[in-house]
Write a protein that binds this ligand. Structure first.
Ligand SMILES: O=C(OCc1ccccc1)c1cn[nH]c1
Length: 240
């Protein structure tokens, strides 16, 4: 997979070069290129924003600069353009699973009040464009959202994670939150690991884990429980 990121703060994407992701990039599993939007400005002040039509607070990112940058970065290689914004469609594990087979993702990082809408409209006429939110809060720019999304997608790519099993069994893969996890020592500050986990009874362990996942999901994310398909919960599950 090739990933391009266009931003006025390229340094914000440095963490992509670290650790697991850094190794995947070094191994050529992912080709990540970060571009500075200001390289496509023509004025001495390298202006990328201007006052909003219709008034109101803040500034809007100018369409011309984005158009020149995206035309250049996109070239002729087809891609999916992703624009992080609080006003976007929620990014979920399902989104990450959908994107993991894409040959190329291009991320446009907005700042200020966002990017002139005509940029999205223009590129949506010739390629898939998604305005996506990573959560209901407002960041200063899209860069952190890109770090989140790139990590969520990259970890699903073959070879990126040491243990592919964990990608499949992580939270949300069965629609429930992950339950509690434990490791050595068996007693820590007087707190003991639940005995069932050390029983060797794999049926009981699986049942206990599902019960904890149901309990946690019912308590923290009743919306996920409600969204489960009809046949996902058996009679016993419904006790939570
Ligand atoms: O703040 C975000 O993106 C940066 C951004 C983009 C456009 C205008 C303002 C801020 C964001 C929050 N959830 N998902 C994305």
């Amino acid at each position: 997979m090739r990933i391009d990121v266009v931003t006025i703060f390229p340094g914000y994407l440095a963490p992509l070069r670290e650790a697991l992701l850094g190794r995947a990039i070094a191994a050529g599993l992912i080709d990540v290129r970060v571009h500075n939007l200001r390289d496509w400005t023509r004025d001495v002040h390298q202006a990328v924003d201007d006052a909003p039509y219709g008034g109101g607070p803040g500034m809007v990112m100018r369409p011309q600069v984005w158009g020149e940058a995206l035309d250049d970065v996109l070239g002729d290689e087809p891609a999916r353009l992703i624009v992080p914004t609080p006003a976007g469609v929620p990014f979920t594990q399902a989104t990450a699973r959908r994107w993991k087979d894409e040959p190329r993702l291009v991320f446009a990082c907005g700042r200020y009040e966002g990017i002139d809408q005509r940029v999205v409209d223009e590129y949506a006429s010739r390629m898939p464009v998604e305005e996506v939110s990573i959560g209901d809060y407002v960041l200063v720019g899209g860069e952190v959202a890109v770090l989140v999304m790139v990590e969520a997608v990259a970890r699903l790519l073959p070879g990126v994670l040491g243990n592919p099993q964990s990608a499949e069994q992580d939270s949300f893969s069965d629609g429930l939150l992950e339950g509690p996890a434990y490791t050595r020592p068996v007693v820590w500050r007087g707190r003991e690991v639940p005995a069932v986990l050390r029983s060797g009874d794999h049926g009981a362990i699986a049942r206990w884990r599902r019960d904890r996942a149901l309990e946690r999901t019912a308590k923290r994310r009743p919306d996920l429980l409600a969204a489960l398909p009809e046949d996902a919960l058996d009679q016993r599950d419904r006790e939570f």
